[in-house]
Design a binder for this molecule. Structure first.
Ligand code: HEM
Length: 324
């Protein structure tokens, strides 16, 4: 009989021996022991897509993570709001050129049309300027040159954008619930539950190591299918497959009968460093779009999620925009 890991897992032998792990508790164990269970070696494709922190291991990873962490603190990220704002303005002005007030038009917010290509370029420009700022500050910190003046300047800018720009300036309920309708945060949580962009996480044993009650030899891949756990009826209840943001009304920890079963950003020491960044950017973009447009799903949209590195709509995501 094949050894099982947790309640319902299997072992098979593909290109390398692998274990499918479905038990949230064991997933937590694997994800928290980041020196024992490391990322599987890069393939030419993953090398192309990811470099830096996400590809480092052990002490080199720890050093870089420690250095980069402060730049991703929520307060620091609010400094990026003006940059997000400008990139959203650029996108909206492009939309405004193809639709006038009271009119409507169809856009594909996913497929690489010319407009979307330009949006990707803008996102890259913003990202590289942000990275430039972070690198400069990291070098200054490493060289012991980050002056009080720098910190003071950060604080002055912070004071200006601190008053939760998203909620107040853009009138969106970012974190609170109003009158029983779901907050934007709850909606994003539910989207990331049903469609986690990284649908499967993987780790690999470096030497003989135990997980749960099973001993694994070196070189075994541990596959953790985030998406299957996110859709599990035993964890989320009978409406597991439905889109129901209300399940997050009392926060992430109360949404499921197992707190560890929701992990769109991973878990443990290697949890996504950009999760606040991603949520803030998405809220900002949505807030700005809703100020100018209402939108419906286009009749031409066909629901066909597929994984091409990340989970994405196979035939694009067409929306009909109505200019307010
Ligand atoms: C919705 C958007 C995002 C999702 C769903 C996501 C998801 C994830 C997940 C699941 C991991 C853990 C991978 C693993 O444990 O093997 C991860 C790691 C990481 N993410 Fe994200 N991510 C998002 C956005 C971002 C953004 C915006 C940034 C940067 C600005 C970012 C930077 C990173 C980095 C550097 C790591 C590696 C961290 C480490 O190894 O210490 N992510 N992300």
């Amino acid at each position: 009989m094949a050894p099982t890991i947790g309640s319902n897992s299997i072992i098979w032998f593909g290109p390398r021996p692998a274990v499918l792990c479905m038990d949230p508790e064991i997933i937590r164990e694997v994800m928290s022991k980041s020196y024992v269970f490391q990322r599987p070696p890069s393939t030419p494709l993953t090398k192309l897509l990811a470099q830096g922190l996400s590809t480092y291991e052990t002490d080199k990873w720890a050093k870089h993570r420690r250095l980069i962490n402060p730049a991703f603190h929520l307060q620091k990220l609010k400094l990026m709001l003006p940059a997000f704002y400008l990139s959203c303005c650029d996108m909206l002005s492009k939309w405004d050129k193809i639709v006038s007030v009271g009119g409507s038009c169809e856009v594909d917010v996913f497929f690489p049309t010319r407009l979307n290509k330009r949006m990707t370029e803008i996102a890259k420009e913003v990202q590289s300027s942000i990275l430039g700022i972070i690198n400069k500050r990291m070098k200054a910190i490493e060289a012991g040159e980050a002056s009080n003046e720098d910190l003071l300047r950060d604080n002055v800018v912070l004071a200006r954008v601190d008053n939760d720009l998203i909620e107040q300036a853009f009138g969106l309920a970012g974190a609170r619930q109003r009158g029983g309708s779901p907050s934007v945060t709850m909606i994003f949580h539910e989207v990331l539950r049903l469609y986690p962009p990284i649908a499967t996480l993987g780790r690999m044993t470096q030497k003989e190591s135990s997980i749960g009650k099973v001993m694994l030899p070196a070189g075994v891949e541990i596959i953790m299918p985030v998406i299957l756990l996110h859709h599990d009826r035993q964890i989320w209840g009978d409406d597991a497959k439905d889109f129901n943001p209300q399940r997050f009304s009392e926060g992430v920890s109360k949404a499921a009968n197992d707190q560890l079963a929701y992990f769109p950003f991973g878990w443990g020491p290697r949890i996504c460093i950009g999760q606040n960044f991603a949520m803030l950017e998405a809220k900002m973009a949505l807030a700005m779009i809703l100020q100018n447009y209402s939108f419906d799903l286009s009749p031409s949209y066909t629901h066909a999620p597929q994984t091409v590195v990340t989970l994405q709509p196979q035939h694009g995501a067409q929306l009909v925009l109505h200019k307010l």
